[in-house]
Design a protein around this ligand. Structure first.
Ligand code: PGA
Length: 253
C-alpha cells in the first residue's frame, strides 16, 4: 500500500460554537502556530461565517469546509444550503453524515448518498462520517453496522469519485463523551473500511483514501491514535475550539 503518499489531515468541526470575533481570533492563532506541512489543516465553521472567514483569512495553511449541505439541488427548501451555493463562495470541503445530523435531523443513508452526489457534482470533497452507536458496539456488531452505512451511502459511486473522498470513522459513543476509541479499536475499524473499499474498487484506490478518526480525540490521545497504520488524522470536535489544543493535536500527526 502506498501509505506514504496518502494525505494526512486534521480537521476541526466547530459545530454550533464560536461567534465571528472568536472565530477570527482562532484563525489568527492557529495560523501563527502552524509549523509544519506534514498534514492538511481543515476547519468547518457555521455556514454564516464561512464566506467572511475565507475572505478575511490571508494565510494559505488552513482550508475551509462546511458542516453540511442539502441533498436537494435548489428550490423551495427554507433554511437549507446547497452544494452549488457552497461552491459559489469557494468552499471545497463538506462534512456529510455526521452522527449529530443523523440523530437530530433524521438524515438517512439514502439522503447522505444524495448529498455526496451533490457535493461531487460541484467539485466539493465530501468527508463522509460513519460509526456505530453504543448498543451496536456492546453487541459487537460494529463492523456490520458500518459496512451497511458504507454500502448504502458511499460504495455505489464510481472509482474516480471514491478516489476524491475522505472518510471519517466516528463511533457515536465516543463523540463528545470524553471516551475515545482505543487505538486498537480505531485501527480495526479503519482497516475494515479500507478493506471494504479495496474489495469494491481496488487496493490502490483504497490505499489513497484518507480515513480520519473522530470522537474525543484530544492532545493527550492524538499521537497514539494517529500512529495506527490506517488512521490518517482526525476530525476533532470539542478540542478544536481551543486553538492551543488544536495545534497540539496537529503536532501529533
Ligand atoms: P468530539 O467530536 O471531538 O467533541 O468528540 C468529534 C466530532 O463530532 O466530529
Amino acid at each position: 500500500m502506498k501509505i506514504e503518499s496518502r494525505r494526512k489531515i486534521v480537521a476541526g468541526n466547530w459545530k454550533m460554537n464560536l461567534d465571528l470575533t472568536e472565530a477570527a481570533e482562532w484563525l489568527a492563532e492557529v495560523d501563527a502556530g502552524l509549523r509544519s506541512d506534514k498534514c492538511d489543516v481543515l476547519v468547518f465553521p457555521s455556514f454564516i461565517f464561512l464566506g467572511d472567514l475565507m475572505d478575511m483569512y490571508e494565510g494559505e495553511q488552513i482550508l475551509f469546509g462546511a458542516q453540511n449541505c442539502s441533498n436537494k439541488e435548489s428550490g423551495a427548501y427554507t433554511g437549507e444550503v446547497s452544494a452549488a451555493q457552497l461552491a459559489s463562495v469557494g468552499v471545497e470541503y463538506v462534512i456529510v453524515g455526521h452522527s449529530e445530523r443523523r440523530e437530530h435531523f433524521g438524515e438517512t443513508n439514502q439522503m447522505l448518498k444524495e448529498k455526496i452526489q451533490r457535493a461531487l457534482k460541484n467539485e466539493i470533497t465530501p468527508i463522509f462520517c460513519c460509526g456505530e452507536p453504543l448498543e451496536v458496539r456492546n453487541a459487537n456488531k460494529q463492523l456490520e453496522y458500518v459496512k451497511q452505512q458504507l454500502e448504502e451511502s458511499l460504495l455505489g459511486f464510481s472509482a474516480a469519485a471514491i478516489a476524491e473522498i475522505i472518510v471519517a470513522y466516528e463511533p457515536v459513543w465516543a463523540i463528545g463523551t470524553g471516551l475515545n476509541a482505543t487505538p486498537e479499536q480505531a485501527q480495526e475499524m479503519h482497516a475494515f473500511i479500507r478493506a471494504e473499499i479495496a474489495a469494491k474498487y481496488s487496493p490502490d484506490i483504497a490505499a489513497q483514501v484518507p480515513i480520519l478518526y473522530g470522537g474525543s480525540c484530544k492532545p493527550d490521545n492524538a499521537k497514539a491514535l494517529f500512529s495506527c497504520a490506517d488512521v490518517d488524522g482526525g476530525l476533532i470536535g470539542g478540542a478544536s475550539l481551543n486553538a492551543k489544543d488544536f495545534l497540539k493535536i496537529i503536532q501529533a500527526v
